[in-house]
Design a protein around this ligand. Sequence first.
Ligand code: SF4
Length: 243
Amino acid sequence: MEKQESTEKEFSLLRDFLTNKPLYDITKFTTLDFPQNLACIFWFCKCNMRCPYCYNTPIVFGEGTVSIKEALDFLKTRQNRLTGVVLSGGECTLYPHLKKLCKEIQNLGFKIKIDTNGTNPDLIQDLIESKLVDYIALDYKAPKEKFENITKNKNFDAFSQTLDFLIKTKFPFETRTTVHSGLLDVKDINEIINDLNRRNYEYTYYLQNYLHVEDTVGNISPQEHQIDINKINTNIKIEFREF
Ligand code: SF4
């Protein structure tokens, strides 16, 4: 009897896993978002931040429309055509079955990249130690003293723990910051760069210039000026995007 109950429970959990709809959408093909891979992107709904410049408002505030079963069925049609899957959002580490999903994706033969704001260090550590992720893009939103003001999230220390873990384990990853000059100035960016340098960050740091769109999470105005990139410290490798 107990065995039957446990089998029924497992079946019900599996059904929920497959039929729930945590994904807002799937981008079917990208050459830009996962280095050295032809990939698709799974966009997870919901986020624990409210960055004013975020243009993913339907994803941050919206409801899912794509089930895990539909996503996995899609991947089965892309075996031997794509090599990777990007798990993005929103904040994909809020999804409670991410580890199980990574196993399913890996079993189908795909590599996995995770885009994250770094506020779930335990899950990131678990995924890496379980060898269920191949690459991570980590947002470094702002220096500690501006972090809450910009993201509306108090958890700089969790982000910091994720960053330290990735550096310590020499896991392949990148950090990146979106720059709106009304939110971050040259001094803030240099503080981030000096912090990365102090922590022995060895990869490229990406600075992404904000490009205005109308519909953002904070209804932010266009930048009145751009930061002067000639004043940015270059004591780590930096790549400027859209400046
Ligand atoms: S930019 Fe900010 S609000 Fe938008 S998805 Fe990323 S972390 Fe969430």
